[in-house]
Design a protein around this ligand. Structure first.
Ligand code: STR
Length: 430
C-alpha cells in the first residue's frame, strides 16, 4: 500500500490572541491526530489524539533538548521568536531526558514528597479563608455588584502556596506575579520578555545562593541537599528547577480553579449535583482538567530521528512499508507540540460529547492533562489539593454564586500556550 509521507495540508495557524479557542480546538481535532501547525511563523507538528499522545510521550526518540531542533540549529528560529522562552530555558527536569532527567526527577521526588504536599494543606486553607473573608466584606459593602474572581480569588492563591513551598518571601509575590504575567502574555514586546527572563533567572540564582548559605525548611533547601539518584544538583540546576516549578505551579492552578468555577456556573444543574453530594469535588476537578485544561499547547519535543506514525497512531521504528495509507513521518529535527486541550476533547477517546462539560462523565479522570510518561507533572497532587480546598470553600461561602455576564462574553487572555481566562465576573449572592 502507498504511504503518504509528510502529507502537507496547509498548516493551521495558532492564534496568539486566543480569540476563538473552542473553534481552534475543533479545527485542530479535525486536522488531527497529528496536525501541522504554524506557531507565529514557525512550523511544528501537534498531537490531538490521546492514544497518539500517550505513545509519543513515552517515545525516547522525542526529546526536550532544543539543540535537537533543526530550525534552531540552523538559526531560523532565534530569540526574536515570541515563544522562544517556552523552549530555550535554563537546564532543568523540563529540558532533559534519559539518565540526566532521571537524576533530576529522583531529587525532585526526594524533596517534593507526599508529606511535604500534605503539610501545605493548612497553608492553602488559611489563604483560602482570608480571600473569602475579603470577598464577603466586598459583598456586604456592595451587595449584588460584580466581582472578578480571577484577581480576587483564583489568582492570588497558587502563587502564595508555591512561594510558601519554595521558601520565597511573601513580599516577593507581587514581583513574581508581574514578571510571569509579562513572560506569558503575547502582547509583551519581545525585548521586554527577554529582559524579564533574565531578571527571573537572576532572582532564582540569587535565592539558591542565599539558601545554600542558610538552609531553611523549604523545598529549595531540600533540593540543594537532595542526595538520592546521583550527584547533588549544581546551583544552576537548582535555580532552573525552582524557576520551572514556580512557572508551572501558579498559572496552571489558577486556570484549573477558574475552569471548574466556569464549568459549574454555566451548568447549574451540575452544580446542584455537586452541592447535594451526588457528585464529588474530585469529579469536578478531573472534568475541568479534561474539558478546559490549564495547558492548551505544551511546547515542545524534538525528533532525534525520523519517527513514523501509522494511522492508528502507533509509532513504528522500522520501515514505512508496513503502514496503511495514512501514515505520518515526523522528520528528524522537527518539533512536536502536545495540544492538551484538543486531546481532552478527543471524541475517539472520550466519546461524541467530548466537547461538553459533564461532571458525571465516567472516564473524565482518564484525561492526560498532567501529561504522561517520564515528564508527567510532579506537582499534580499539589494542584489537586489546592483546587479541592478552594472550590468547596468558595461555593460553601457563597451558595448563590452566579455569573455576572452571559457566558459568551467570557474571554481568554492573549496567552498562546496556557489557558488564561481574562476575567471571571460573578455576583457573590448572599
Ligand atoms: C517557563 C519559562 C522558564 O523559565 C522555565 C520553564 C520550564 C517549565 C515550564 C515553564 C517554562 C512554562 C510552563 C510549563 C513549565 C512546565 C509545566 C508548565 C510548560 C518554559 C505547564 O504549563 C505545563
Amino acid at each position: 500500500m502507498e504511504v503518504t509521507l509528510n502529507p502537507s495540508p496547509p498548516a493551521l495557524a495558532i492564534d496568539p490572541l486566543v480569540q476563538d479557542l473552542d473553534g481552534e480546538t475543533a479545527r485542530l481535532r479535525a486536522a488531527g491526530p497529528l496536525a501541522r501547525i504554524d506557531l507565529l511563523g514557525v512550523p511544528a507538528w501537534t498531537v490531538t489524539s490521546q492514544p497518539v499522545a500517550r505513545r509519543l510521550l513515552t517515545d525516547s526518540r522525542l526529546v526536550k533538548d532544543i539543540n535537537q531542533w533543526g530550525l534552531f540549529a540552523s538559526g531560523e528560529v532565534t530569540h526574536a521568536w515570541p515563544l522562544i522562552g517556552m523552549v530555550d530555558v535554563p537546564p532543568s527536569m523540563f529540558t532533559t531526558d534519559g539518565a540526566e532527567h532521571r537524576r533530576l526527577r529522583t531529587k525532585i521526588a526526594q524533596a517534593l514528597t507526599a508529606r511535604r504536599v500534605e503539610e501545605l494543606r493548612p497553608v492553602v486553607e488559611r489563604y483560602t479563608a482570608q480571600l473569602l473573608d475579603e470577598l464577603a466584606a466586598q459583598a456586604k459593602e456592595a451587595p449584588g455588584a460584580a466581582v472578578d474572581l480571577k484577581p480576587a480569588f483564583a489568582g492570588p492563591l497558587p502563587m502564595a502556596v508555591v512561594c510558601s513551598l519554595m521558601g520565597v518571601a511573601e513580599s516577593e509575590i507581587p514581583r513574581q506575579m508581574k514578571l510571569w504575567k509579562a513572560f506569558f502574555s503575547m502582547l509583551t514586546p519581545q525585548d521586554e520578555r527577554l529582559a524579564v527572563m533574565a531578571e527571573i533567572y537572576g532572582i532564582f540564582l540569587g535565592m539558591v545562593h542565599e539558601k545554600k548559605a542558610a538552609p531553611g525548611d523549604d523545598l529549595t533547601s531540600a533540593l540543594i541537599l537532595a542526595d538520592e539518584g546521583g550527584a547533588p544538583m549544581s546551583q544552576e540546576e537548582v535555580a532552573g528547577n525552582l524557576q520551572s516549578m514556580i512557572a508551572a505551579g501558579h498559572e496552571t492552578t489558577i486556570a484549573l480553579i477558574l475552569s471548574a468555577v466556569r464549568g459549574l456556573l454555566t451548568h447549574p444543574d451540575q452544580l446542584a449535583l455537586v452541592l447535594d453530594g451526588t457528585v464529588s469535588w474530585e469529579a469536578v476537578i478531573e472534568e475541568a482538567l479534561r474539558w478546559d485544561p490549564p495547558v492548551t499547547h505544551l511546547l515542545m519535543r524534538f525528533a532525534t530521528e525520523d519517527i513514523v506514525v501509522a494511522d492508528g497512531g502507533t509509532p513504528c521504528s522500522s520501515g514505512a512499508e508496513s503502514l496503511g495509507d495514512d501514515g505520518f513521518v515526523i522528520g528528524k529535527g522537527e518539533g512536536v507540540v502536545m495540544s492538551y486541550r484538543a486531546i481532552g476533547r478527543d471524541t475517539g477517546f472520550h466519546g461524541p460529547d467530548a466537547d461538553s462539560f459533564d461532571v458525571t462523565r465516567a472516564d473524565a479522570a482518564r484525561h492526560i492533562a498532567f501529561g504522561h510518561g517520564p515528564h508527567i507533572c510532579p506537582g499534580a497532587a499539589l494542584s489537586r489539593l489546592e483546587a479541592a480546598i478552594a472550590l468547596p470553600a468558595l461555593f460553601a461561602r457563597f451558595p448563590g454564586l452566579r455569573l455576572a455576564v452571559p457566558s459568551e462574553e467570557l474571554r481568554k487572555a492573549p496567552v498562546l500556550t496556557q489557558n488564561d481566562l481574562e476575567a471571571l465576573p460573578v455576583v457573590l449572592g448572599g
